[in-house]
Design a protein around this ligand. Structure first.
Ligand code: NAD
Length: 349
């Protein structure tokens, strides 16, 4: 297994292999870039088949965090940690304590947070050994409602603002009467649906869980459709809020919406499909820009600001998207590629 020659290696600043024999912790921490500030990124626990798979994941994800932080106007860089193991059967408190020791040794270059397979309760142990843990103490929410540490409300509000901006830019319209198809009514999707309903949008929704759909029909007056029918609807906006890689060779030809704006991570099956969307006249909101509300929320929980500061920061997602769309039109390039270029300009300067 090589590192500097690895296909996902991108000038990463530090890559640390962590092995704690006593607790059984086997983890990799990757710090991609700290030009704008300490690297921030969640810790994921997953039963990787081998350390090569874990390395590929942590190199890719930490790089993604650098771009995300830069586009979210955060004075932070990108990092990530992965623990090799099954979160359902192989977790222990000692493991998360040991992880804290490794993070502390990095002297603040990497700040961890929760990610899939790792709960806030796990990170309470990590925080006994290092100060470099975020997202475990919630102080406030952007709208003043009680804070429980869940970043989904911030993410949903950021996606709502971003979707509204994209509709204004691409369709020259407010949200009133605009038809939006939402894929996935989970923590983010359901909250997004509520914001959209309040703004007068007409909702079409799908999920694989019938309870959520019933609730959306009753509470929000949404039209429920089958999961496979969501792509081809005659709507203005498609909002993917469930799965990655859902913009692919199979789904893109079905899509009639002229705006794609949603919360899901890694929506494009491959980067080149951004140009396909542009050639079809579809305005795509780059996923890592529009769904940055969660990381913005977590950042503000570590600051001495106010709910209003957080709300304004979330609303800046709209300004960033507009900057991307204007540059994309000026240069006739895909929105996702322009987003990457602007991010690189920000963290390389
Ligand atoms: P979630 O698990 O709460 O919700 C996902 C929903 O999608 C669930 O209701 C699930 O039943 C549904 N779903 C799964 N497969 C589906 C399918 N084939 N068709 C239709 N629906 C399907 O997750 P979430 O926290 O709401 O996050 C949604 C997306 O946004 C994920 O891709 C996540 O990575 C991304 N995201 C979330 C946050 C956050 O703050 N929670 C932040 C950034 C990005």
């Amino acid at each position: 297994m090589s590192l500097f020659e690895h296909h996902e290696f991108d000038n990463h600043k530090e890559v640390v292999f962590c092995n704690d024999e006593k607790s059984g912790l086997k983890a990799i921490i990757a710090v991609h870039n700290t030009n704008l500030g300490p690297s921030l990124g969640g810790c994921r626990m997953f039963p990787y088949a081998n350390s090569g798979e874990a390395l590929t994941d942590v190199l890719r994800l930490s790089k993604g965090m650098t771009y995300k932080a830069a586009m979210a106007n955060l004075n932070q860089g990108g990092g990530k940690a992965v623990i090799i193991g099954d979160p359902r059967t192989q977790k222990s408190r000692d493991m998360f304590l040991a992880l804290g020791d490794f993070i502390e040794r990095l002297g603040g270059d990497y700040i961890t947070a929760e990610d899939s397979g790792v709960a806030v309760s796990d990170l309470h142990a990590t925080a006994e050994r290092t100060q470099y843990v975020s997202g475990i103490k919630a102080k406030f929410t952007y709208d003043g409602s009680p804070a429980d540490g869940n970043p989904a409300p911030g993410t949903a509000y950021g996606v709502f603002v971003g979707l509204k901006t994209t509709v204004e830019y691409a369709l020259h319209s407010s949200l009133d009467g605009v038809k939006v198809a939402i894929q996935g009514l989970g923590h983010v999707g359901y909250r997004l649906a509520k914001h959209l309903r309040d703004a007068g949008a007409e909702l079409y929704v799908t999920d694989i869980f019938p309870e959520q759909l019933e609730k959306a029909r009753e509470e929000l007056g949404a039209t429920v459709v089958q999961p496979n029918d969501i792509y081809g609807l005659d709507v203005d906006v498609f909002a993917p809020c469930a799965l990655g890689a859902i913009l692919n060779d199979n789904t893109i030809p079905q899509i009639k919406a002229k705006v794609i704006a949603g919360a899901a991570n890694n929506q494009l099956a491959r980067e080149a499909l951004g140009s396909v969307l542009r050639s079809k006249g579809i305005c795509y909101a780059p996923d890592y820009v529009i769904n940055a509300g969660g990381i913005i929320d977590i950042y503000h929980q570590t600051q001495d600001g106010t709910p209003d500061d957080l709300r304004k920061h979330l609303e800046s997602i709209g300004d960033t998207l507009r900057e991307i769309y204007i540059r994309a039109d000026e240069t006739d390039q895909a929105n996702n590629l322009v987003a990457n270029v602007i991010a690189e300009e920000r963290f390389n300067k």
